[in-house]
Unconditional design. Structure first.
Length: 383
């Protein structure tokens, strides 16, 4: 079978790929979207129930402004499709005494004109008595931040793209070979898909698609997430409890959404992970660490039972910057990935950025997204 007559083929229907297909179709392109397991599938980095959207990024104003723009687009999209998939919980940064990241975040938010509020520990205790403040010196609240219902949001974007005319194939794409101009891509079931340009936005599969180029530049890592039961009532739901981030202790937590329980995870790169072959069962060591965090930050829940667990993956570049660039050996192939654990929120803006590059615009090119800037040594600076 041969699918042809497309301007662009997008491989990967995660948050980057789905929004790229959506934005390219809006720009008048004939687009086909391809995914091995479907939008928001359980193996994908976009397949979790929830993701934080916050504007605080230390001194990284490029991501602060992108997150603000992305939040606007997400909210407009959810209103358009009439699905309330964003919860404005607020995002509370818990700052230690020697903790420059929240300080720089507050400065950057002020420069960008984004609302934030500095709170003393007494004010945090008064507003959010559930939160334990061991070793915390102050806090910063981003009132406009909150939570995206990730899996459902990605599926909604893909659904709308298809409704608007984007083609769709559910099949695995074989790694392309050769160089110059890619004429077509082949799938595992024997289909051939032809397009003028190809965008590979396939998350943890990106280094498997281009191993010689990306195996040492893109590193999928295993990440464990835990949900814990909450007592009856609403003291652990928003707005009584915000989303919180303890940057220095590398932990974050989400309030109970839709009765699923408190979500807590450690925001630290785990071991290398293969999205196809590795089991997704959490470890006893991971649970022990998260329970210690739970006892410290939500002490009333220190003995709460686990309601759900999940193993997903980050898709890390060397420092956490996105990869959005042309393939050096194909003049019509683009590489889009490296969400690095913080990318989900930026999906709509990544889609805009990729669409602008593919349609020939040179305005607003960000050198930090280039392939050339991607080192092989892991030294994360973007969180």
């Amino acid at each position: 079978m041969n699918n042809s007559n497309y301007d662009v083929a997008v491989v990967g229907a995660g948050v980057f790929g789905a929004w790229t297909a959506f934005q390219l179709q809006r720009a008048g392109k004939r687009v086909i979207l391809i995914d091995a397991h479907g939008p928001g599938n359980s193996r994908s980095s976009s397949g979790g129930e929830s993701r934080i959207i916050r504007m605080g990024y230390g001194a990284d104003e490029v991501y602060t402004r992108s997150a603000r723009r992305a939040l606007q687009i997400w909210k407009e999209f959810f209103e358009q499709v009439r699905e309330p998939l964003f919860y404005q919980t607020g995002v509370l940064w818990l700052a230690h005494e020697d903790d420059p990241y929240p300080v720089r975040s507050a400065e950057t938010l002020k420069t960008a004109g984004i609302a934030s509020e500095k709170l003393t520990t007494s004010e945090v205790s008064r507003r959010y008595p559930q939160i334990g403040l061991d070793r915390i010196s102050w806090a910063m609240l981003e009132p406009e931040g909150g939570i995206l219902l990730a899996r459902r949001a990605v599926r909604a974007v893909a659904r709308e793209a298809l409704k608007n005319g984007v083609g769709y194939v559910q099949d695995a794409v074989k790694p392309p070979t050769g160089k110059g101009s890619l004429r077509q891509i082949a799938t595992a079931s024997g289909q051939y898909i032809s397009a003028g340009q190809y965008i590979f936005a396939c998350g943890p599969w990106l280094p498997k698609m281009f191993p010689n180029l990306l195996a040492e530049r893109i590193h999928p890592t295993r990440q464990e997430v835990f949900f814990f039961a909450t007592p009856a009532g609403q003291s652990f739901t928003a707005p009584a409890l915000p989303t919180w981030i303890d940057f220095k202790d590398e932990a974050y937590g989400l309030p109970d959404l839709e009765g699923r329980g408190i979500k807590i995870a450690i925001d630290r790169h785990g071991p290398a992970f293969d999205p196809d072959s590795f089991d997704r069962i959490v470890s006893a060591a991971g649970l022990d660490e998260v329970r210690r965090c739970l006892a410290r930050r939500l002490p009333a829940l220190k003995d709460a039972p686990v309601t759900e667990t999940r193993v997903c993956q980050y898709v890390n570049t060397a420092n956490g910057d996105f990869l959005i660039d042309r393939h050096p050996e194909f003049d019509n192939v683009w590489l889009v990935g490296g969400g690095s654990g913080h990318g989900f929120k930026h999906g709509p803006v990544v889609g805009e950025y990729v669409a602008a590059r593919v349609t020939g615009s040179t305005e607003g090119i960000e050198p930090r997204f280039s392939l050339e800037s991607k080192a092989r040594d892991q030294r994360r600076t973007v969180f």
